[in-house]
Design a protein around this ligand. Structure first.
Ligand code: UTP
Length: 278
């Protein structure tokens, strides 16, 4: 059973400078909720209650967000504003949070390896909070847990992207194993290929379920594209043994690490939530 969710949140978020100079990218809000809260809610909805967050210098606001704020709560006690705190209060009451710092930002693979101390020897989920997912039925992570339970190996969520955008993603090749659930056995994986070298247009998005042998693989993984330790390279080792399933998830995803995606997500959630915000 998957119990823990890892949130790599140590990146510099340079595309959002100067906003991210002193504020973590993961704390930028879509409407009134920071990105990372959406991710934590998705994990909690999938039944995961242990949140393991990889932070770095300048990211202390994340820890404060998932903690009580006595002075503020005292201030709004009994006022209509209290309802704005309902969701975050419920998260704090039902989930546990642990943190470790990535000292040098050597890439997503390295950030995940840094999380070994919080995860231990069990399969776990990974959410990149800047990929914001939404849908009306089961959350993307819940859908992936079902896939994991069937195949008992690592699972990556994939989406078809326009061919001219393959250089922004890890791209997979794979064989369809189940048409009804849109699952593929991954045979190859390339990090951010040029469209002409891309094995397909199926891009890995920021949701993974990883088996714990990934840590030993990551320890041996040399820096790849951009001099960073890439999770894609480590996953490829598992894929060579037939141990990675790609799942075409149901729902929408916004790349909130980019300005376009951030604005689209804001408009989408505004249209969806405006009555509740009033
Ligand atoms: P990104 O590729 O979006 O990088 O990382 P970034 O540094 O956050 O943003 P830009 O490109 O400078 O604007 C994907 C995810 O991996 C985490 C990030 O926090 C983000 O959630 N990450 C990346 C780490 O935790 N550590 C790293 O060394 C790199």
């Amino acid at each position: 059973m998957i119990k823990k969710c890892l949130f790599p949140a140590a990146g510099y978020g340079t595309r959002f400078l100067p906003a991210t100079k002193a504020t973590p990218k993961e704390m930028l809000p879509i409407l009134t909720k920071p990105l990372i809260q959406y991710g934590v809610e998705e994990a909690a909805n999938a039944g995961l209650t242990t949140m393991a967050i990889i932070t770095g210098r300048g990211k202390r606001a994340i820890e404060d967000h998932f903690d009580r704020s006595y002075e503020l709560e005292h201030q709004i006690q009994g006022s209509p504003k209290e309802k704005l705190m309902t969701q975050i209060r419920s998260i704090i009451a039902t989930c546990t949070f642990s943190y470790t710092r990535q000292i040098e930002m050597k890439g997503l693979g390295h950030a995940i390896l840094t999380g070994e101390t919080l995860i231990g020897n069990e399969a776990f989920a990974v959410i990149l909070a800047d990929d914001l997912c939404d849908n009306d039925g089961d959350s993307v992570l819940s859908q992936m847990i079902e896939v994991y339970e069937k195949y008992q190996c690592s699972v990556v969520a994939v989406e078809e992207v326009p061919l001219d955008q393959t250089d922004k993603y890890g791209i997979i090749s794979g064989n369809l194993v189940d048409e009804t659930t849109d699952t593929y056995r991954v045979t190859g994986m390339v990090e951010k290929p040029d469209p002409k070298d891309a094995p397909s247009n199926m891009a890995i998005i920021g949701r993974y379920i990883l088996t714990p042998d990934i840590f030993d693989i990551l320890r041996e993984t040399k820096p790849g594209k951009a001099g960073e330790i890439q999770i894609t390279d480590a996953l490829l080792e598992q894929a060579k043994k037939g141990k990675v399933i790609a799942y075409k998830f149901k729902g929408v995803r916004f790349d909130c690490g980019s300005i376009d995606g951030f604005v689209q997500a804001t408009n989408y959630f505004y249209d969806k939530e405006k009555e509740k915000l009033a």
